[in-house]
Design a protein around this ligand. Structure first.
Ligand code: APR
Length: 321
């Protein structure tokens, strides 16, 4: 059986970490593509030269030629500029839309059967544009946002409760912006509601709510928190890990339930937009959307977030994309 192949479009900060994680896990052969000459070749040579030490046997190559992404099973796109301090994800819209259009054309021509995971921001608009330009079926174009946002939320809960983060189940839905919706009511530690544990810890319902509100706020602003500290770019380790979890679910046909930015065709009362919801990821990409019931407050927050996504997409279309 021949090995799987993953193409990474964009060989910057996230692209480099993606390549290394794929190699360390022997998930697939890797082709790292970038328009900057020599950059992807340099990064992949560096990673490949650690293969004796790390003991991996997959091929890791860099390229400036789209031809080399042929026969990729999965394509992960990080091409585009990252945020600078003070910039919103939406400020990136025009620049990254131009880049995404060219990427979609390249992937359509050279890896027409691949399943594509988009990381570039502003995420919801970039996924929409990639699908439109490529014409790929919606199940094969998915955005990475929810896995990372959920991991950030879970981390904050674990640190607060002083329990292992892998025992936390918490999900973040909606668009990948300030309006995202961390689902507090469903957040649990091995089935026990997080709110119940917080109330026991503080023996005070108001204090428990205050602590949860702060974790929700931190989750929504978590990307910006990292940007502010790094000063020269945005988060790159955690977005890479998140996309790898999605790629693993797809390549291994794992049917993992992961919050992903997928095309809604009436689910959650949304039609024709890409929004973050719980999905089943397997060999066909987004195989199913899981609908969870939302109470009035959650629904209002979700609607507000969907509104932000539709506005963003309209802005992009207004710019001629
Ligand atoms: N085709 C391919 N690659 C491109 C193109 C293009 N048309 N234009 C730019 N690139 C490359 C750049 O040369 C750079 O190497 O995309 C890479 C982006 O890397 P970084 O600037 O290091 O950004 P990174 O931190 O990896 O984030 C990439 O993901 O999370 C989002 O907001 C983030 O949109 C940003 C993206």
């Amino acid at each position: 059986m021949s090995r799987k192949k993953i193409a990474l479009i964009g060989g910057g900060q996230i692209g480099g970490v993606l390549a290394q994680l794929i190699a360390l896990r022997e998930l697939a052969d890797v082709v790292l593509f970038d328009i900057v000459e020599d950059l992807p070749q340099g990064k992949t040579l560096d990673i490949a030269e650690a293969s004796r030490i790390d003991g991996f046997a997959v091929a890791v190559n860099g390229t400036n030629d789209y031809k080399d992404i042929a026969d990729s099973d999965v394509v992960i796109v990080t091409a585009g500029l990252p945020r600078k301090p003070g910039m919103s994800r939406d400020d990136l819209l025009t620049t990254n839309a131009k880049i995404m259009k060219s990427v979609a054309e390249g992937v359509k021509e050279f890896a027409p059967n691949s399943i594509v995971i988009i990381i570039s921001n502003p995420l919801d608009a970039m996924v929409t544009l990639f699908q439109k330009v490529s014409g790929f079926p919606h199940n094969r174009v998915i955005g990475q946002a929810g896995v990372l946002d959920s991991s950030r939320f879970s981390s904050f809960i674990a640190w607060e409760l002083d329990v292992a983060v892998k025992d936390i189940n918490a999900m973040v839905l909606g668009g990948h912006g300030d309006t995202m919706v961390p689902l507090v009511r469903y957040a649990n530690v091995n089935g026990v509601p997080v709110m119940e544990l917080l109330e026991r810890k503080y023996n005070d319902a108001a204090k428990a709510k205050e602590v949860m509100d702060a974790m929700v706020a931190r989750t929504k602003a978590a990307g910006g928190e990292v940007v502010k500290l790094l000063k020269t770019g945005s988060a790159f380790y955690s977005p890479a890990s998140a996309a790898i979890q999605m790629a693993e679910a797809i390549l291994g046909d794992q049917k993992r339930v992961l919050a992903s930015c997928v095309y809604l065709d009436g689910e959650y009362n949304v039609k024709g937009y890409y929004v973050g919801v719980p999905t089943v990821l397997g060999a066909n990409g987004c195989e199913r959307i899981l609908e969870v019931s939302l109470n009035e407050e959650e629904q209002a927050a979700f609607d507000h977030s969907v509104n932000a996504v539709t506005t963003l997409v309209a802005d992009m279309e207004g710019l001629g994309f």
